[in-house]
Design a protein around this ligand. Structure first.
Ligand code: SAH
Ligand code: SF4
Length: 413
């Protein structure tokens, strides 16, 4: 991998990185410990002969090295004996997803292209992207849950790709590990020095949004297990208020997500009438708006302090009229809600266009007057933003529109 960081170039604000040739890819031979729960770590230790009475303590040590220190080599684990480190290295790795390319923008936005093995040995590897959006007081990482998506939302680029497979907990947690590795965001590690990184708080990656490729509630167990690791106070330590799971509306899974994961919830609403939503988000035919909003009303832990974010992509002449805005306000009455207007990010082959800025402002004003704070996030002087949602396997420059879409999705109040 070649990493080229040019944060000062006056001509271009993104630097594309040369990709590693696929032929050079070697699928991992040994399993990685990244993404295992404490119980699974204890089991992995048992499997290599660590005595039962020692397993819990050793698992806790591994946990610390993995998720607080970000160890990439067993040799770093100075609290463990040399013999145990050699034994561990003989059977396991601490591997994260392989970085194929990295892009660093002058505003600090970073995009990593990651390579993941195929489902079966010998199969072609897959690629997913992971995007980091820093601000003064936080850094948000947009994480994928699947390779591709089964749901075919008509405005989403991911929806045009078939589902290749679910990500494992290790691959989901691994996206965060990669970001922290590259940013030096581990206890005792030298911090990356580049413009745009957060200057407040003690973390570069402080917030997670499950808004990359895939529908997280269709990969429930892996997303749950991964997020429980992400939110563990003795490990990666990102609090549940700083983790947002975005769903296209898998209504029957919403209560379970609240009970078993307990993060903030974002719902991709995008339309206020079933007829139109059936078209934009075909899952609506299964779980129509009323059923979805009922599930939101009953989301465990929802309150004015923990509002649900409703995402609404602005599509010119499709869902962006003043009447739509009024209906949106009416529909959400009684639900502790925030509204995120996302400028549509076009992709080759789409027939949709992004609403005109004037129209977005009109729409936004109706929502603002109904009491919702700043529903559309303007670039605030800095240009910014890159797009999740339709992450694609190419390291192109982030367009201004992509940046705007991503910033809106990063939901940085
Ligand atoms: N599958 C989940 C999470 C991933 S998509 C979901 O649908 O919620 C994250 C957000 O990006 C969703 O609100 C999605 O509707 C939105 N999105 C997808 N494609 C987009 C595009 N081309 N422009 C703007 N937003 C888009
Ligand atoms: Fe899948 Fe979400 Fe894209 Fe719909 S918007 S196709 S659910 S990733």
């Amino acid at each position: 991998m070649t990493i080229l960081i040019d944060a000062t170039s006056p001509k271009t604000d993104d630097i594309a990185i040369e990709k590693t040739a696929l032929e050079r890819y070697v699928a991992p031979a040994k399993p990685s410990l990244v993404g295992l729960s404490r119980a699974a770590l204890a089991e992995a230790l048992g499997a290599i002969g660590v005595k039962p009475q020692q397993q819990k303590m050793r698992a806790q040590q591994l946990w610390h090295w993995l998720y607080v220190r970000g160890a990439q080599d067993f040799d770093q684990m100075s609290s463990m004996s040399k013999e145990l480190r050699i034994l561990l290295a003989a059977h396991y790795t601490l591997a994260r997803p392989e970085i194929v390319a990295e892009q660093v923008s002058i505003d600090g936005t970073r995009k990593w292209l990651l390579r993941l093995p195929g489902e079966h040995p010998g199969e072609q590897p897959h690629e997913v992207e992971c995007v980091y959006i820093p601000e003064t007081d936080r850094g948000t990482l947009c994480v994928s849950s699947q390779i591709g998506c089964t749901l075919n939302c008509s405005f989403c680029h991911t929806g045009t790709q078939r589902l290749v497979r679910n990500l494992t907990p290790g691959e989901i947690v691994g996206q965060i590990m990669v970001a922290r590795d590259r940013l030096g965001d581990w206890l005792g590690a030298p911090r990356a020095q580049a413009p745009g990184l957060p200057t407040q708080g003690d973390r570069c990656v402080s917030n997670i949004v499950m808004m990359g490729m895939g529908e997280p509630l269709y990969n429930f167990e892996a997303v749950r297990d991964a997020l429980l690791i992400v939110m563990d106070g003795d490990g990666l330590g990102i609090s549940r208020r700083r983790v947002t799971l975005s769903t296209s509306g898998v209504a029957p899974m919403i209560a379970r997500a609240g009970d078993e994961i307990g993060t903030m919830l974002a719902v991709s609403l995008h339309a206020v009438r079933n007829e139109l939503r059936n078209e934009l988000v075909p899952l609506n035919r299964k779980y129509p708006i009323e059923e979805l909003l009922n599930a939101c009303r009953n989301y465990p832990g929802v309150s004015n302090a923990r509002r649900i974010t409703f995402e609404y992509v602005m599509l010119k002449g499709v869902n962006d009229s003043a009447a739509d805005a009024k209906e949106l306000v009416r529909l959400l009455a009684g639900i502790p809600a925030k509204i995120n207007l996302i400028p549509f990010n076009p992709w080759p082959g789409t027939t949709y266009e992004c609403s005109d800025w004037e129209q977005i402002e009109k729409f936004s004003e109706i929502i603002f007057n109904a009491g919702y704070a700043s529903p559309v996030r303007t670039p605030r002087g800095r240009d910014i933003l890159a797009a999740c949602g339709q992450l694609k396997s190419a390291t192109e420059k982030l367009s201004a529109r992509e940046r705007l879409a991503l910033r809106a999705m990063a939901m940085t109040d």
